[in-house]
Design a protein around this ligand. Structure first.
Ligand code: NDP
Ligand code: 2IT
Length: 463
């Protein structure tokens, strides 16, 4: 046999071995975590994209690195009792998954939403491992939250819930152990109440135990804006690479929370026209371009419904049902609300309307079928682990400032964020080229994020 032919056979065998390993591992994950469909979905996407890496580096298979990564180091579930304004005793369930600490303390947000369960927390925690690795910062992967529904609760109810949640969580976290932050339903107010309770329980001011804090007590300038701004910096990088940009483009951003608001703000600053955004009830379309001050007033200040936007802007229309937002024609789509909000049908509509780029602000907002469609049709696609990593990256900068007992200016933080987002883009791009899937940033981000964690685990022995 000629050397070239032999190499091809050997390579095919290695690919086959890697595929068998991945299939076997995926089956095991499904059996071990029955009914956790979001967790299965997140694991499958990563495993499939790592096949070429496993084929080239059999050491990862021999030393069961992925078997270990797919199993959380620790999963905590706890009772959260609290008293509502009418004196009723309520009970919610709290979670924290401490997924992987190979490259730093567990790091990741807390989500308060009625849909939270073990599957949601595990999919988020699993993805956080690779995202945090990609940032280049020394942070491991974790996530947590509760099935508590903040909607309609008074400020005092929110405070009592946060205090009870932290009363249990406090024993599991710390600035060098596990550092939570915000996510859906958790912003600066909730972080403040949780920080106050942690400080009271510990009897010491440990600023670095939580990130996303208020600026007056250890928070970082630029953290509030970081995920949305970072998303737009990442997408701008993808566009520039093809000679395109946000300037004069039409943009649709789903959601109207923390990520969406600051994604809209930065897109507008770069000269785009944002024509639609949404909340969990429905979406607004404003052909004149969204007035962000009205959205901030309604959603950040007053916790109202996005439907009220049309009262002040007669040019705009409101439609019930958040999924309909993808019917609004746009060149750039930024799904920034929640998981699986953009499915195959939505992807087909976006494609037929000529979408050029999709950047995931939310975690796992596109179903696997939607992602496949975008990639097959050469749409520039920025996967969540890369595109929304700016938030956790600036959280790591907040930890650094807390350790050094100093504060950087907004400009310094923003400058660092821009460098980090560009670096994530080039690392993901390079990995996609090295493993023969050029331009596929889904694979590139997974590969680059995985290798750093996997190599650290190999160096640290069987842990
Ligand atoms: P917020 O709570 O600030 O906002 C969430 C937005 O999404 C709201 O507009 C909300 O509508 C909408 N939404 C929430 N759940 C659903 C649902 N089930 N169906 C439809 N719409 C929904 O959260 P964030 O902006 O912080 O988070 C948004 C996404 O970004 C999440 O996937 C999160 O994991 C991800 N992310 C957040 C980061 C951060 O730093 N905050 C960092 C990286 C990713 P309504 O007002 O009706 O509740
Ligand atoms: O999904 C995410 O990356 C976040 N919610 C931010 C986590 C963090 O620790 O800042």
């Amino acid at each position: 046999m000629k050397v070239v032919e032999y190499m091809e056979v050997a390579q095919t065998n290695e690919i086959e071995i890697a595929k068998d390993y991945v299939n076997h591992l995926y089956k095991q994950v499904v059996e071990r975590n029955p009914h956790e469909i979001e967790f299965h979905q997140a694991v499958k996407e990563v495993l499939d994209s790592l096949i070429p890496v496993l084929a080239k580096n059999p050491e990862y298979i021999k030393k069961s690195v992925l078997d270990r990564i797919a199993e959380p180091e620790r999963m905590i579930s706890f009772r959260v009792p609290w008293v509502d304004d009418n004196g009723n005793i309520m009970v919610n369930r709290g979670f924290r998954v401490q997924f992987n600490s190979a490259i730093g303390p567990y790091k990741g947000g807390l989500r308060f939403h009625p849909s939270v369960n073990a599957s949601i927390i595990k999919f988020l925690g699993f993805e956080q491992i690779f995202k945090n690795s990609l940032t280049g910062q020394p942070i491991g992967g974790g996530k947590g939250g509760s099935d508590f529904d903040p909607k309609g609760k008074s400020d005092m109810e929110i405070m009592r819930f946060c205090q009870s949640f932290m009363t249990e969580l406090a024993r599991h976290i710390g600035p060098d152990t596990d550092v939570p932050a915000g996510d859906i339903g958790v912003g600066a107010r909730e972080i403040g109440y949780m920080f106050g309770q942690y400080k009271k329980l510990k009897g010491s001011f440990e600023a670095g135990v939580l990130t996303g804090k208020g600026i007056g007590y250890g928070g970082s300038l630029g953290r509030k804006e970081a995920t949305g701004y970072g998303l737009v910096y990442f997408v701008e990088e993808m566009l520039n690479n093809k000679g395109l940009g946000f300037k004069d483009s039409t943009v649709v951003v789903s959601g109207s929370g923390n990520v969406s608001i600051y994604a809209m703000e930065k897109a507008m600053q770069l000269g785009a026209k944002v024509v639609a955004c949404s909340d969990s009830s429905g979406y607004i379309y404003d052909p004149n371009g969204i007035d962000l001050n009205t959205v901030k007033q309604l959603k950040e200040a007053e916790s109202k419904r996005i439907s009220e936007y049309v009262n002040e802007h007669p040019s705009a229309t409101y439609s019930e049902g958040c999924a309909g937002i993808w019917q609004v024609p746009c060149e750039i789509a930024l799904p920034s609300a929640t998981q699986n909000e953009l499915d195959k049908e939505a992807a087909n509509i976006l494609l037929s309307n000529g979408v050029k780029a999709v950047g995931e602000g939310a975690n796992m907002p596109s179903t696997q079928e939607a992602v496949d469609l975008f990639i097959e049709n050469n749409v520039l696609f920025g996967p969540a682990k890369a595109a929304n990593a700016g938030g956790v990256a600036v959280s790591a900068l907040e930890m650094a400032q807390n350790s050094a007992r100093l504060s950087w200016t907004q400009e310094e933080v923003d400058q660092k964020l821009q460098v980090i987002m560009k670096d994530i883009y080039s690392k993901s791009m390079q990995a996609s080229e090295e493993y023969d899937v050029p331009g596929n940033l889904v694979a590139g981000a997974n590969i680059a994020g995985f290798k750093k964690v996997a190599d650290a685990m190999l160096e640290q022995g069987v842990i």
